[in-house]
Design a protein around this ligand. Structure first.
Ligand SMILES: [Zn+2]
Length: 305
């Protein structure tokens, strides 16, 4: 689905969908997974819902410098993969809404720093915004994003002026990004989730997307927030909230997962292991999967010993 990482690109996210699926194949989660490939790339018109014609045109054609404003080397193959990752995210949220009894995942990244007129921080287009506008304009549905990447997801807030009905598609305060670290981070997350639970059970938010970026782990090269235990506690808090919401509503809340950041190059398996443990937690809490799965998350500097 996505080409190999280009030389000179810091982010390894472009190859993460492939590496993550290969990793999952070796875990007890694999029998619980149903792969779907019935989605296509986003169209120029889809992109124009959230981005300026100048930026969309530059990225599609490969016009410098705007086409590389995401910080990644442009190529036709990379462009095509970006259109597919955005299409994948939107298709996954639509699938979750259609079949809320399943946990749906788009194993992709590269959206939450994009702005209407340019890319930023390894992110090209605001896939979250594009998908949310499609669901609101097509089905009248409002959603929430729980963004536990280590970095603030600015795309949604930066797009509210560009697309005024985004305030209905993702209501204010429904782009959840806890701040602080360790205990303060978890306490802030709990407060944000209480607000989410109130809106979901009131019928004002109809689906939830959750990206547990692995760069909120303290050993990530770009992260600092959580120890492994705290990172997994954050997963428990999110999924526990979603389960309670479903119990109070009497039906499951549509849930879509995405990967987002995670940049360790000393031991990339630690990044994939965190994502896999998050998925196991979701399947256990939301689907009673009964998985007993623990991945290895190595301390930095392990190779020196
Ligand atoms: Zn990040």
């Amino acid at each position: 689905m996505v080409p190999e990482d280009a030389p000179g690109n810091y982010s390894r996210s472009p190859s993460k969908p492939r590496r993550f699926l290969e990793f999952l194949r070796q875990t007890p989660m694999w029998p619980h997974i149903e792969l779907r490939g019935d989605f296509g790339p986003v169209s120029r018109d889809d992109l124009l819902q959230a981005h300026t014609p100048a930026y969309v045109g530059a990225f599609l054609a490969g016009t410098q410098p705007l086409c590389a404003s995401n910080g990644l080397r442009w190529s036709k193959e990379f462009r095509d993969s970006v259109l597919l990752t955005n299409g994948c995210l939107s298709a996954a949220i639509h699938a979750a809404v259609a079949r809320p009894e399943q946990v749906t995942m788009a194993p992709v990244s590269g959206f939450h720093h994009a702005q209407p007129s340019r890319g930023s921080g390894f992110c090209t287009f605001s896939g979250q915004v594009i998908a949310a506008l499609q669901l609101y304009r097509g089905q009248g549905l409002s959603g929430a994003w729980v963004d536990l990447d280590g970095h603030f997801g600015n795309s949604i807030e930066d797009s509210r002026e560009f697309a005024p009905d985004l305030d209905r598609a993702i209501p204010p305060d429904m782009n959840l990004n806890p701040s602080g670290s360790h205990g303060a981070y978890l306490a802030h997350l709990e407060r944000l989730l209480a607000n989410l639970e109130a809106l979901v059970t009131a019928g004002e938010v109809h689906y939830v997307a959750f990206a547990h970026g692995a760069d909120s782990h303290e050993w990530d090269q770009l992260g600092s927030q959580c120890t492994t235990a705290e990172w997994l506690e954050a997963s428990e808090l999110v999924y526990g909230t979603l389960r309670r919401c479903g119990e109070r509503l009497g039906r499951p809340v549509p849930v879509t997962l995405a990967l987002f950041g995670g940049y360790r190059d000393d031991h990339p398996e630690s990044v994939l292991g965190l994502h896999a443990m998050d998925l196991a937690c979701g399947l256990n809490v939301l689907c009673d999967a009964g998985l007993n799965y623990e991945a290895e998350v190595r301390a930095p500097g392990w190779a020196e010993f």
